[in-house]
Design a protein around this ligand. Structure first.
Ligand SMILES: Cc1cc2nc3c(=O)[nH]c(=O)nc-3n(C[C@H](O)[C@H](O)[C@H](O)COP(=O)(O)O)c2cc1C
Length: 306
């Protein structure tokens, strides 16, 4: 039995629903032998800012019982280097590329998009308004619906390509921020980013991370991500959603699709094994064959409840 794994996130059609998540797959070209970017539904780049950023001091990653806490602080090579060094090669390979965008001020988000509009092969943008590990930008925009709507509208005016907004699970009013992003012109919403967390070294009696706090990811957050995605799906049933948070297996993907996701991203699982997205994709296909699901799209929003 052949399974049609294609899906659409708004106007963007993807060959399959499994993407690599921002910050866990570099700029798409680091793992060519193990996970070629053109085999994935899309690759989402590490968050890019107008100028390179060094990120936070180390230690900035710690493993936890069911995931990890990171406080990378959006270290990146800057949009110019990405456009010159990676975008062309990704386009030649036929990869679908979503640029994850970060700025400390709204104009910086817009500047990243404007630079990428002049590069080849970029399918769309994902606004990171939900990073818990930086002092300025990120969560500031993601938590305030008014600021978020204005930021999204500013970016919307800079591109006619796909524009996704990545929501913060730390926001006091998740559904309110979802409405604001859509009002600003977002084509789709990605959820979730990491949850603010900390780890303590009991012997040194100090936080493990240099910044004390970081963002929790991995299987620990999957039930929370599912619940949040489902809540947003119920509130905005026509808005395309991209699910993310602790996905490790093909059946995890099915859970997110049933809750209303049109596609998913795999993050922390890539740290365990760089080819994890390909294994997850093949497990997803096996699930569809075993369950006699001919078209993946039939699963989207198919939760039988209440
Ligand atoms: C080391 C690391 C770096 C990340 N960097 C970014 C980033 O630059 N931009 C962003 O939007 N999300 C970033 N994230 C968040 C992930 O894209 C994802 O939302 C989160 O890890 C939850 O998915 P997961 O449980 O599959 O890892 C990062 C996550 C990790 C672990």
């Amino acid at each position: 039995m052949r399974v049609d794994l294609s899906t659409a996130v708004g106007a963007l059609t993807l060959a399959n629903p499994v993407m690599a998540a921002s910050g866990t797959f570099g700029y798409g070209l680091d793992l060519l032998d193990l996970c070629p970017p053109e085999c994935l539904g899309a690759v989402v780049t590490k968050g890019l800012s107008p100028a390179p950023r060094a990120g936070n001091p180390t230690p900035r990653i710690v493993e936890t019982a069911a995931g990890m806490i990171n406080a990378i602080g959006l270290q990146n090579i800057g949009v110019e280097a990405f456009c010159q060094e990676a975008a062309g090669e990704l386009a030649r390979r036929g990869a679908t590329v979503i640029v994850n965008v970060f700025g400390e001020r709204p104009e910086q988000y817009r500047a990243v998009i404007e630079r990428c509009e002049r590069a080849e092969g970029i399918a769309g943008y994902e606004l990171n308004v939900s990073c818990p590990n930086v002092d300025h930008g990120g969560m500031e925009f993601g938590h305030d619906p008014h600021q978020l709507e204005a930021l999204t509208a500013l970016c919307r005016a800079a591109t006619s390509k796909s524009l996704w907004v990545k929501l913060s699970p730390n926001a006091p009013d998740l559904v309110g921020t979802a409405h604001a992003a859509v009002a600003g012109g977002a084509d789709a919403l990605t959820l979730i980013n990491t949850l603010r967390a900390m780890a303590i070294d009991p012997y040194r009696r100090r936080p493990v991370l240099a910044t004390a706090f970081g963002g929790l990811s991995g299987p620990a957050i999957k039930p929370i991500a599912l619940r949040m995605l489902y809540e947003v799906h119920c509130a905005l049933p026509t808005v395309p959603l991209v699910g993310i948070g602790g996905i490790e297996t093909g059946s995890d993907v099915v859970e997110f699709l049933l809750a209303g996701a049109s596609a998913v991203q795999v993050g922390t699982a890539i740290f365990r094994h760089p080819a994890a997205p390909l294994r997850i994709l093949s497990e997803l296909e096996d699930f569809c064959v075993a369950q006699k699901v001919g078209e993946l799209r039939a699963l989207i929003g198919g939760l039988r409840w209440p």
